[in-house]
Design a binder for this molecule. Structure first.
Ligand code: SAM
Length: 205
């Protein structure tokens, strides 16, 4: 995602500090008892914010690398009381997170890292899948959407390697009833406008 640099970002972020979690060990105490779901790579944030709006009985945590994206998402939160964010690389946070913290996980249009030599950086590489399993409650749904065939096919291979059963597998979610309620992300809207097919899958931790 192209990041537009924001002038005086640190000053502008002060207003939204209450929406930010800095210490991965403090995630649980920052939320109430509602089940907690995670999106990794929230981008502009519209998917997670719409999820929070539609599902007030669930809490949401979004993680993305860039503070600029947190700023963009935080400005849309308004009165919602069920959404918080972290900024940084998820791989730095995962080992410090408590086991069984999350009841769901969303990976929307993760960076595809199409070159073979970068395959371990994909957020669906086996080491990531194992790390997700540790922080997810058993039986939680993981939902993955992408426009990228290389990423999608490698994700299927990685899931097979860690013995995960995929369901709702679709090579074209726009024409698939199991995906009709899925909220489109910023990237999804862009790729759909360009006529590209969007792929999706779900599995349980
Ligand atoms: C291609 S964009 C997709 C954004 C959004 N999910 C969408 O569908 O519109 C990928 C996003 O993942 C974030 N990202 C990539 N690698 C990450 C990592 N290791 N940890 C946290 N966020 C990451 C990027 O900063 C970027 O915002």
């Amino acid at each position: 995602m192209r990041i537009r640099r924001t002038k005086d970002l640190d000053t502008k972020l002060i207003k939204y500090e209450h929406l930010l979690i800095k210490d991965p060990k403090s995630i649980k105490e920052r939320f109430d008892q509602r089940p907690l779901e995670l999106e990794i790579g929230f981008g502009k944030g519209e998917f997670l914010i719409e999820m929070a709006r539609r599902n007030p009985q669930t809490n949401y945590l979004g993680i993305d690398k860039y503070s600029e994206l947190f700023y963009s998402a935080a400005r849309q939160v308004g009165e919602l009381d069920n959404i918080l964010f972290m900024t940084g690389s998820v791989e730095d946070f995962l080992p410090q997170m408590e086991e069984g913290l999350f009841s769901g996980l969303y990976l929307n249009f993760s960076d595809p890292w199409p070159k073979d030599r970068h395959h371990k950086r994909r957020l669906t590489y086996r080491s990531f899948l194992k790390a997700y399993d540790r922080v997810l409650k058993k039986g939680s749904v993981v939902q993955i959407k992408t426009d990228n065939v290389i990423l999608f096919e490698s994700t299927l291979q990685e899931l097979a390697l860690v013995d995960k059963q995929v369901y709702d597998l679709s090579w074209d979610i726009q024409n698939d009833l199991s995906w009709k309620d899925s909220i489109p992300t910023y990237y999804e809207k862009r790729f759909t406008e360009l006529g590209q097919k969007i792929m999706g899958l779900r599995y349980r931790s």
